[in-house]
Design a protein around this ligand. Structure first.
Ligand SMILES: [Zn+2]
Length: 643
């Protein structure tokens, strides 16, 4: 079966990628742009910057100290190969297949006779192999090679890329096995790569090597660095850690691997540890967008409640990694809180990053941009992650290929099956041709304009004489949702709404999710946005862009009236707001409250989806809007309608 993640058991089973296809809509169009633009865009940048030629130089024996790219640039080639493998299987695009062959040939030539494969270490003019486990990313690169090979194995079977990956994995197992040095990689990834590679080949020893790496971590195995060992999660063993901390992508790739190993080993203690970390990190260290990472200094999680909107890092890769963890936890437990978070992250991190043409990306995803970014040219490499505009490529360019591989396999994250039936978690126009135990078909077509509309129409396309259960996820925000079946409508609660019967082809079940815009309040312990509200519409977080204000100069003093009900408009929502008439201070700390309760004309403030921000050009942007001073006593639990 073809799927990025295939646990040997669990409460929910992923569908094979061949069993689901997106047929358009919000995600279908993004997947199409990924296929037609992003994949070639990534390859051309790696060629242009010499990241691909690094493989040729190893093969030709012409390496030296002048190698272009960071030590992890090989991983971008592997992530692109993974994306191409999913895409080739999805669409049968001959160009994707040709690109795989082209890239694989160059990668294969660079492999040393003993299986070691890396363009930054171990050759003439380079540092010795594994001489910088803290920051050298050698095993990290190999982990991405293994994930690319998994995509190939599950879509085409054994080929040159798989053979290269197997030799590289065997080399890792020989060097770092139980009798080898107690080394681990500063950037987790080899663990998740080995675990899935072991599953794909049904070779337990690779899963065992992943377990070994996991258990070695957290004991001060790596040298200390100025950022501290929490940066690479070597401060506390993974099964003892109460919360995610340090570099967000590292923490989340490690957590994903921990779920894989826990499931394969029946290690419930380890699984429960990751669930606990998820619970506390989501409750206290996650942004409204689903974004993770509050600090730029170490691209890391902050302390509990440390969630500044303007300094939010929320790396796109951390969004991808969060989806990886939540998906694995969902498959293990069947709990839809995980697929709820996946939805939030998909619409507000994944969808935000790529430009409409698929050739520029956000790296950091802050919730507040004070000053419009500087326009970035299509030939410019952005030196900084925090640009305020989407950039064609980055000096550290991990995010574009992560977006590419996720979008290429996105249809694999829409639905699951269990012994009872089919569960649909993400709503998009699609065709699902699942099979239940005993070969019973669970085949449906989904029609919806979600998230613009909350109506999700599920049509059964195959008769089933025996009853099965169709379960539709009702998001936590969807209070007041209803389900219509056989002409009868009933209210459904957040969780899974189930319909069980013997379905006939042509039967229709319609889920109605209330996607009217609504106010959302932050927990008051999130100091940075205390006294503010946000507006959401269905799964989308909305934002104000300074360019949409009648006076963009009043952006910093905008306040809103949370007693008014946000009004739905095609673009997003309108709320009542005004800009406070504030004088320029010589010292911004007066003796008493400075915000005037009156003054400034009230007007309708337009909010648009956050994922759309800066698409019309650089702009100021904010998600959390300060409540107007005279309205600050409104109850925290909800808005009071009308005036
Ligand atoms: Zn990234």
């Amino acid at each position: 079966m073809t799927s990025p993640v295939l646990p040997s058991h669990g409460r929910a089973r992923p569908l094979g990628l061949a069993q689901v296809s997106l047929t358009g809509g919000f995600w279908g169009s993004r997947q199409a742009v990924n296929a037609t633009a992003t994949l070639a865009h990534c390859e051309s940048w790696m060629e242009r910057l010499g990241w691909l030629a690094n493989f040729d130089r190893v093969a030709d024996g012409t390496t030296g100290p002048d190698r272009p790219g960071w030590s992890f640039s090989d991983s971008e080639v592997y992530k692109l190969l993974e994306a191409l493998a999913w895409e080739s299987a999805r669409s049968g695009d001959p160009e994707a297949e040709a690109a795989i062959k082209r890239l694989t040939a160059r990668v294969a030539r660079a492999q040393d006779p003993d299986g070691y494969l890396n363009t930054c270490f171990g050759h003439a003019g380079q540092p010795p192999r594994y001489s910088d486990l803290e920051m050298g990313h050698e095993l990290y690169n190999t982990g991405h090679l293994l994930q690319a090979a998994v995509a190939r194995l599950r879509t085409r079977g054994e080929d040159d890329l798989v053979r290269v990956a197997r030799r590289a994995a065997d080399h890792v197992c020989r060097v770092f096995g139980p009798d080898g040095p107690a080394g681990i990689c500063g950037h987790p990834e080899i663990e998740v790569g080995l675990a899935e590679f072991g599953r794909a080949l049904a070779e337990e020893r690779y899963v065992e090597q992943a377990r070994l790496f996991l258990d070695r971590r957290g004991h001060g195995t790596l040298r200390d660095i100025p950022l501290g060992r929490a940066y690479f999660q070597d401060d506390v063993p993974v099964r003892e850690a109460p919360v995610w901390r340090g570099h967000a992508v590292r923490a989340l790739y490690l957590a994903a691997a921990a779920v894989d190993v826990a499931v394969e080993r029946g290690d419930d203690e380890l699984l429960r540890a990751v669930e606990r970390q998820w619970e506390r990190s989501v409750a206290r260290r996650t942004y409204l967008t689903g974004g993770m990472g509050s600090r730029h200094q170490d691209e890391g999680f902050g302390e509990d409640w440390e969630l500044p909107p303007d300094r939010a890092y929320c790396e796109t890769c951390a969004g991808v990694a969060s989806i990886m963890v939540s998906w694995r936890l969902h498959l293990a437990t069947g709990d839809v809180r995980y697929t709820d978070l996946i939805e939030r992250t998909l619409y507000n991190v994944m969808a935000t990053s790529p430009s409409a043409d698929g050739r520029a990306f956000f790296y950091a995803n802050p919730l507040h941009q004070r000053v419009p970014g500087r326009p970035a040219g299509p030939d410019e490499v952005s030196p900084r992650a925090e640009a305020g505009v989407r950039a064609a490529w980055f000096d550290v360019s991990c995010c574009p290929t992560n977006v590419a591989r996720t979008l290429a396999s996105l249809h694999g994250y829409l639905a699951t099956t269990d012994d009872e039936g089919l569960q649909i978690h993400q709503y998009a126009p699609c065709e699902i041709r699942a099979e239940l135990p005993g070969g019973r078909p669970a085949a449906v077509d989904v029609e919806t304009a979600y998230p613009a509309s909350g109506a999700v129409r599920v049509r059964i396309v195959a008769d089933a004489p025996a009853p099965w259960t169709l379960a539709l996820r009702v998001p936590a925000w969807a209070a007041g949702a209803t389900l219509t079946d056989s002409g009868r409508t009933r209210p459904v609660e957040p969780g899974l709404a189930r319909v069980r019967r013997a379905f006939r082809a042509g039967d229709e079940i319609v889920l109605h999710l209330p996607v009217e815009p609504r106010f959302t309040w932050p927990d008051p312990r999130i100091d940075a946005v205390r006294g503010c509200v946000a507006v959401e519409r269905g799964p989308e977080v909305l934002c104000v862009e300074s360019r949409d204000l009648p006076d963009p100069g009043g952006f910093d003093s905008l306040v809103v009236d949370p007693r008014s009900v946000p009004q739905a408009v095609p673009d997003g929502a309108l709320v009542r707001g005004r800009t406070l008439p504030l004088a320029e201070p010589s010292w911004p700390y007066p003796a008493g409250p400075a915000d005037p309760a009156e003054g400034g004309e009230w007007f309708d403030v337009l909010l648009r989806p956050y994922h759309e921000w800066a698409r019309r050009g650089p702009s100021g942007m904010r998600i959390f809007l300060p409540v107007s001073p005279e309205h600050r006593a409104v109850p925290l639990e909800g808005s009071v309608p009308g005036e």
